[in-house]
Design a protein around this ligand. Structure first.
Ligand code: SF4
Length: 169
């Protein structure tokens, strides 16, 4: 019996490790659930802009942490088991915009859902992932005749939403 329990425990650990590896390979940090003091949120009124990347966007809030400003993106739904890739990339884009406009790289960003919040490290791997996707979008836009649909819901579910200049969402 102890051997069976040990095997089951080992299987559980292997499954956790393999799913973490898959996520890391995809450039998606697992994130950490945190509690938040929302009274310290600073509302962002003007969009942030990175002229080198042609990237613009406005996080819902910023939080001052030492010399850094941490972007906060608010989602109205309940927190998924892991943050969606599109949400992570949107937050990464805000981290990049904060770095460009303030000169200070935020170590992480926050995805706040209705019932909890994730702290997501703004790693160099995530930044690389973001830059690759922006480059892919830029190439696609250069050769693309433009948006091929009129569906806002399709844009809302799209992984390129945060950087697409033809979005309907
Ligand atoms: S956000 Fe909308 S228009 Fe832009 S790439 Fe996605 S689906 Fe197409």
């Amino acid at each position: 019996m102890p051997a069976l329990i040990l095997s089951l425990l080992m299987l559980g650990v292997l499954l956790i490790l393999s799913s973490r590896r898959r996520l890391i390979k995809l450039g998606i940090p697992a994130g950490r659930l945190i509690s938040l003091d929302t009274s310290r949120f600073i509302h962002v009124t003007e969009p942030l802009y990175d002229s080198n990347l042609g990237l613009t966007g406005r996080p819902d809030y910023l939080v001052q942490r030492g010399r850094s400003r941490i972007p906060v993106e608010v989602k109205s739904g309940r927190a998924p088991q892991r943050p969606h890739r599109s949400h992570v990339l949107q937050l990464a884009a805000y981290c990049r915009l904060v770095e460009t406009t303030t000169g200070e790289r935020p170590a992480y960003g926050i995805l706040k859902y209705a019932d909890s919040a994730y702290k997501l490290q703004y790693t160099h791997a995530l930044q690389k992932d973001l830059l690759q996707i922006l480059e892919t979008i830029r190439k696609a836009q250069d050769s693309s005749p433009g948006r091929s649909h009129n569906s806002p819901s399709r844009c809302r579910a799209c992984g390129y939403l945060s950087s697409c200049d033809q979005s309907l969402a």
